[in-house]
Ligand binder design. Sequence first.
Ligand code: F6P
Length: 349
Amino acid sequence: MRVGVLTGGGDCPGLNAVIRAIVRTGTAEHDFEFIGFKDGWRGPLDGDTMVLDVNAVRGILPRGGTILGSSRTNPASEKATQDGRTGLERIKDNLDSLGVDALVAIGGEDTLGVAGKLFEAGANVVGVPKTIDNDLSATDYTFGFDTAVNIAMDAIDRLHTTAESHHRALIVEVMGRSAGWIALHAGLAGGANVILIPEKPFDIEQVCQYVEHRFQTRYAPIVVVAEGAHPKISGEATGDHTTDDFGHVRLATRNVGQLLADEIERRTGKEARCAVLGHIQRGGTPTAFDRVLATRFGVHAARAVADGAFGSMVALRGTDIVRVPIAEATRTLKLVPPERYAEAEIFFG
Ligand code: F6P
């Protein structure tokens, strides 16, 4: 059996661990042959491939990024239509001509959305969930999240001491455009004084009260804000944005952290600085938790291919790896429930 593998969407620590585990398991247990598709869905769209055998995956377990490359190319968009063939038709033709019997798509909501469509169009597809945002509803955790949280926690630990020395408020902006999981976990672990998430529009006056209260006690305040968080009144931090191929706002242009810092300075008269962690959260070596989860996902994805469980995705439920329909992963985003946020609110101010 010839199996294609691709990684799509924003990269994520642990992708290489999954690729390695798929290839090692498929080769050892089922004598599969593998072919790598480059740069997400662009690879199968253009028929752009690379060698993917046991040798190619040696030494990549601890490496961040993805040896296959990634992109946000959307084959279901108008742009992908060429010579009268839709993007999905082009992919199916390329899989046929390359003799690919099955495809493992490693990605988040968007990549898996395309995987689901391709499966409905008759291709043999297995999905592996990936996102540092941890916002896929079908799995308890995605790999990359733990690494991102640890990077953000380390940054918060460091910012505490410089904030204290200068009697400043430090605003830490982390990733999470729709779901505030990174902000919630990093904020809890790092002892933030306020955590702001997209799920709960914030009241700037209340944020300033927390900040002032913190200044009155011994320490300087740390505010952790998810990039997609927004104030109650306007609903949007700024109107200035561009969108990607899947229509998502590129949030780096919104700068909610800097807006907060400016507003806190203006309202409290205290100095405030903003640190945007950005892609630092997605780079570098995965934590042990993410390496193990990614490896287990890879092992079970290869086995799902061997069992012909196409249209399914591997997922973590408790401590077990299970198979769920790909469609389930993309149906609803897993947002922070109000009761989880309420646990964090106890520590605000
Ligand atoms: O989807 C994962 C994610 O890391 C989001 O948290 C973030 O908004 C986005 O990717 C950033 O994407 P890009 O790589 O296009 O800057």
